[in-house]
Structure formats: C-alpha cells, structure tokens
Write a protein that binds this ligand. Structure first.
Ligand code: RIB
Length: 307
C-alpha cells in the first residue's frame, strides 16, 4: 500500500437512498414474505465509489444530481462529511432523489431495484461545465446509473484530457457501443456484467479470461473482472493475465462490495501505485465491506486495510 501523497479522483455517477430489507430468502414473483430488519442508508454506485475512494485515501470530487428533498440533503451531507467536493452536485427542481429498494437475504445475496429519479438528469452539458474537475483529477470513475450519453461524455473528456479513465459497467443491461472501448483505461465488470458485455457465460476463471480477452480486443486497455469470492481476474495492457485470490471472510452483506473495490482501486492508482498493488488493495477493502451491513456504512477507512 503506497504512502505517496493523496491522488485526485473525480466520480461521475449516481446517488441513491437505499431502503434495505433483511429477509430469510428472496421473495418469488407475486409472493409476500416477512422481513426481519429494515434500514435506510446512503448508497448509489457513484456515491459509494466516491465514499470508498475518499475513505481509502484520495481527494474526491463528485459530479451528480440530487432532488430538492430530504433524501438528497442527507446524501449530500454524507458526502461532505467524508470531505468530498460537492460543488458539482446539481439539484433537480423536478425529479426526486434516486432510490434503491434492496432485499438482502440470510445467504447474504441481494437483489436491487433502482429508480433513477434525479440521477437521470446528469447531462453531457454538466460534464462540459465541470471540465476543470475532470482536468484536475488523476483518475475519472464512471458507472452506468447515469444516462449513457453522459457517461460517454465523461470518458471522452477524460481521454481528451489524458486522465486515467475507469468504467464500472454496472448495471450492464446490454452491450456497450464499440466506440466506447478505446475511451476506457480500466473496464471493471463483475461476472454478470462481463457476461452481458462479451456474450461469454462465466462459471469459472477461465471463462472470465475469455470474456476479458474479447473486451480487450474491442479496445479497452485493461480489463479487470471481479468474481466475488473467486477473486479478481485481470488482463492488463502489457499482456499479463492473473487471477488475484480473495481473502476468505464470513460475508453478511455484499451490497457495495464491488463499489468498494472500484473506489479503493481508483484511490490507490491515483496515488501512483502499480496496478497489481491497487487491485490487491481494492480486494482487501472489499473483503472488509462484505462483513458489514449496508452500502456506505460498510466501506472501510484506509487505516483498517492491512499492508
Ligand atoms: O452497488 C450497490 C448500489 O447499487 C446500492 O447502494 C444501490 O443504491 C444501487 O445503486
């Protein structure tokens, strides 16, 4: 883990209020089941990755949009409490803040329904307006919970300004347009997203390798596939392909584990660490996150990560 000065990370992405029910199992279609716990916590893939990058060692700025409501105010205060620069966080006058309905079962699996709300209003014009925040960052991080034109504009600005770009293609509903790939320095899908983007069903690390090869051939410089408890498969720019094993832990809630990995990886990369070290750092952070409940409350701080 690098002790060099903090790097700068700008996150373009979503903020959601997560409404989380704990249940014995996932409900079937049409079924009502009893939960045994409920919490309302700060989430959204963009917000989670921003908080992770900040707690794990970076100066962070967030480009996004909240509604003019109590959820938006809570989410903004949560980012500000982490020292995240929120000057580029817009407030919608018409849409309410994004929400996510999350069911976490006793096997620690989750299912999530996201209602985008104000996240749908982050526009390419916002990216143009906030170009200084892109130009001043070492690393730009995007996901797919804001409009696709906006994500593309952010990646293109990052490329033009010679910043390092990361796309966590989550959630991946369909394949990415081919002209996106050359804009991406680090494409970080989980196994489902890698399968959607590549068409390769992923059951074992060898499948992840095939998917990564296909995605790299489309033009992404590096492809890093997160495989949950199976580890992380990385196919890098220099041609190296490695499976990074994950520390075995007792998971109670995997929500935001991927976000913690992405934020930790981005923070470490922004400090100038080698890619392999940044991957290992992100893994150690994610291994802690899965032992805690909720999205942002589960994300560890840098001092908790062992060297
Ligand atoms: O990745 C986890 C996140 O996905 C949750 O916090 C929820 O808001 C959804 O965006």
């Amino acid at each position: 883990m690098s002790n060099s000065p903090q790097g700068r990370v700008t996150v373009v992405g979503s903020l959601n209020m997560d409404l989380v029910a704990r249940t014995p199992r996932q409900p079937r279609p049409g079924e009502t089941i009893s939960g045994h716990g409920f919490k309302q916590v700060a989430g959204g893939k963009g917000g989670n990755q921003a908080v992770a990058a900040a707690r794990l060692g970076a100066h962070v700025a967030m480009i996004g949009c909240i509604g003019d409501d109590s959820n938006g105010a809570i989410l903004k205060s949560a980012l500000e409490a982490e020292g995240i620069d929120c000057t580029a966080l817009a407030t919608s006058t018409s849409a309410s803040t994004g929400v996510a309905l999350i069911v976490v079962d006793d096997a620690s699996q989750n299912s999530i329904v996201v209602v985008a709300g104000s996240n749908a209003e982050v526009s390419p014009a916002d990216i143009a307006e906030q170009e200084a925040l892109i130009a001043s960052a070492d690393v730009i991080v995007c996901q797919l919970e804001t409009p696709v034109d906006t994500v593309r504009a952010a990646l293109a600005a990052g490329r033009r300004l010679q910043r390092t770009t990361i796309l966590n293609p989550a959630p991946a509903a369909h394949k990415l347009p081919i002209d996106w790939f050359p804009l991406i320095d680090y494409l970080i899908p989980n196994e489902l997203e890698a399968a959607t983007l590549s068409g390769v069903t992923i059951n074992k690390p060898d499948d992840a390798r095939r998917a990564a090869e296909m995605l790299k051939a489309k033009g992404a410089r590096n492809v890093i596939v997160t495989l949950g408890s199976e580890g992380v498969f990385a196919l890098l720019d220099d041609g190296t392909a490695s499976l990074f094993q994950t520390q075995k832990v007792e998971a109670i809630d995997t929500t935001a584990a991927g976000d913690t990995f992405v934020g930790g990886f981005a923070a470490e990369l922004a400090r100038g660490s080698a890619v392999a070290d940044a991957i290992a750092f992100g893994q150690r952070a994610a291994a802690i996150a899965v032992t805690r409940e909720g999205a942002q409350p589960s994300i560890p701080h840098r001092h908790e990560i062992s060297a």
